[in-house]
Every structure is written in C-alpha cells, then in structure tokens.
Design a protein around this ligand. Structure first.
Ligand code: GDP
Ligand code: ZN
Length: 347
C-alpha cells in the first residue's frame, strides 16, 4: 500500500487503518487528525499531517471532562485552530487525581508498550515490579520488563529467574546496558509498526539514558530549558512525544515522573512493618513514647532492623512531602479555574 506523502508523517506518529476508520466521521466535517505531543495549561501542541500546531480544546470538551492527554489522537478544525474531538482511547495510563479522589487523570493515552525499568543490581525489587505490572495491565498496554545496567553484574541469569517468578511469563523481559550497548537492540522490536511506549521506573534506573541512546542524541538533558517558557518555543527537543529515528514513539510526561513517588506503595514494599505497626495499642501511634508500641518493641527485640525502619520512615516523609506539593498545585489550579468561571459569570 502506498500513502500520499503528507500521510506518511501520520503513520510515523502511530496512525493506522483502525485510527483512519475511527476518524471517518470527522473527515466529512473537514477536520484533520493530529496527535497530542505536549499538554499546556490552556492549549495542546499537536503533530499532524502538516507538522506542528498549537490549539486549545473546544470548551465543550473541557466542560465534559473530556480533555485530551498526551498521546491522544484528536480531530482539529484547522481554520479555527480548535481541537473538536478526542478519538476513543485504546489504552490509558492514569492515576487518581489528588484533590478529587474519584476523578482520573490520564497521564498518557494510546500507549502500546509499558517498559517497566529496574536497574541491576540495587534497584531490583520484585514487589515494586508487581506494582508496575499491575499498573501496566490496568492501562491496557503490554508490559515489558527492562533490567538495565547489566554491565554492573557478573551474571544476569539469577535476576532473570527472579523476574520470571514475578511475571509468570506474561511479560517479555529484556536485560541490557545502555552504557556498553549490550542487548540494546532487544528493545527495538517492541517499537515495530511505530508503536508507542512509556518507560516507568524509579528515578536513576537509566530511563533517560535509554531514551537518549535510542534517539541517538542527548535529548532529555536539554528538556529543562522549557521551564518558565510560557510562549513555548517549538523545538523538537522539548516534546513529551518523542519520535525515534528507527520508528516508534516514546511518551514522557512530567506526570509520569511524579507517578513514581506518588504511587510508591509502602504497604507492599514494607508489608512487615505495616504488620508490626498494626500491633501498636493505639491506631494513631506515632511510634514515639506511646505505651504498647509494637514498632519500638520490634526494634528492641531485633525483629525489625533499625536500617529498615529508618528507610521506611524516610520514604514515608518523602512521599508525604510529595503529596502535599501535588495537593497544593491542584488547589491552585482549582482556584484559578473557579475564579475564571466567576469572572465570566459577572461579565
Ligand atoms: P532516570 O532517572 O531513570 O532517567 O536515570 P538516568 O538515565 O538519568 O540514569 C541515572 C544514572 O545511571 C546515570 O548516571 C547514568 O549514566 C547511569 N546509567 C544509565 N544506564 C546505565 C547502564 O546501562 N549502566 C551503567 N553502569 N550506568 C547506567
Ligand atoms: Zn507504635
């Protein structure tokens, strides 16, 4: 099959016959398809047949809570410069919003593959992997386990065996080194047919390094330039939708980076401590001077090591701080939306 020249860019962005079929009704309205590359406060950077375009969403979409997310395919009215519709999502990676316990925030849409990245030897954690697997399955994307920094271990076999007992064969596993390039090519087939992927994993496991070697240049290091740049310079460098030269797309939104800590599941990771703390006499025990504290008892008799307890407390504080920041951000946003609506009303 051949495509007109203008259509090949769409295919590079992940467009296929099924998307074309879903878009059919909008063709009649002279709308054009485009994919959301960056989400700004009031507008979206879109990539489509004719390159890049910035457009706000039709107010109807905002009111219905149907705003597009990065990775979404949308129908754009080019003359008015407005996003008119969002095509039904194949998959969605989302988290519950902090402020509205029941509202979902979509961090990335139409993700085909979720690379669950852990670094050897120190970052590997089977419990955390389980959590990421659950998140990926939930989103609809195919999880692929990626063990990085294989250059730091003698033998990857024991690690692969442990992954296997966690995934039970339901997810492919790749073990590579972005530094030596060993088995780097093992990830490329997952991008066949211009598939869209995200990389999930703790900070420092080598996600940016991996994307950089796949792109072939130091892309993510320069990303920070965007901060405070409200006019939004249109350079490929700052996109949250990254086109790989060999085909395929990586989505990397700030929300996804926040997800890692926000979603750190202490109950899972420190199940033993949660269990010990459940023995405290008081439900709200701060494990200080309270009588009948199970944690202090466990520390005293050695059932719980001080190191493990310290690491738990540290992580808990970190998580709490992170949650407060997110909560504050969300409140400011709510306030702005609210006061804007009030101003409109009083006009
Ligand atoms: P991110 O936070 O997940 O994006 O992690 P980075 O890509 O920033 O990597 C964190 C650190 O790990 C950096 O110092 C990298 O140079 C290093 N690193 C990344 N990949 C590898 C690897 O395959 N082997 C080794 N030895 N170091 C790596
Ligand atoms: Zn206690």
């Amino acid at each position: 099959m051949t495509f007109p020249l203008t259509e090949t860019l769409l295919h590079r962005l992940g467009w296929d016959d099924d998307w074309e079929a879903a878009f059919e009704p909008y063709r009649a309205d002279e709308l054009v398809p485009a994919r959301v590359a960056v989400q700004h406060r009031g507008a979206f950077d879109l990539l489509g047949e004719e390159g890049e375009l910035r457009a706000p969403a039709a107010p109807r979409l905002a009111r219905g809570g149907d705003l597009p997310a990065v990775g979404d395919w949308v129908a754009v009215d080019r003359t008015r410069g407005v996003v008119e519709a969002v095509l039904p999502r194949r998959t969605a990676l989302s988290r519950k919003e902090v402020w509205h316990a029941v509202r979902e925030q979509v961090l990335a849409a139409n993700v085909d593959v979720a690379f669950l990245v852990q670094a050897l030897p120190h970052d590997f954690n089977a419990r955390r992997l389980e959590r990421y697997l659950a998140m990926a399955w939930e989103s609809g994307a195919q999880p692929v386990v990626v063990l990085t920094k294989t250059d730091l271990v003698e033998d990857v076999e024991p690690w692969l065996a442990e992954v296997e007992t966690t995934t039970l064969g339901a997810a492919p596993v790749v073990a590579l080194s972005a530094i030596t390039g060993e088995h780097l090519d093992d990830v490329r087939p997952f991008f066949d047919d211009n598939k869209t992927a995200v990389l999930l994993g703790s900070s420092g496991v080598g996600k940016s390094t991996l994307v950089n070697v796949l792109v072939g240049e130091d892309l993510l290091a320069t990303r920070e330039v965007r901060e405070g740049d409200h006019r939004g310079r249109h350079t490929t460098v700052h996109r949250e939708l990254i086109l790989l030269p060999g085909g395929g797309i990586v989505l990397d939104t700030p929300g996804m980076r926040e997800l890692q800590l926000w979603d750190a599941d202490l109950e899972q990771t420190f199940g033993d401590i949660e269990e010990i703390a459940a023995r405290c006499r008081f439900n709200d025990c701060a494990h200080g001077r309270e009588p009948g504290c199970g944690v202090r008892a466990a520390l005293a008799d050695g059932t719980l090591s001080h190191d493990r307890w310290t690491s738990y407390v540290k992580l808990q504080r970190e998580l709490e701080a992170r949650r407060n920041v997110l909560l504050r951000k969300e409140r400011v946003r709510e306030y702005k939306i609210h006061s804007r609506a009030m101003r409109k009303k009083s006009r």
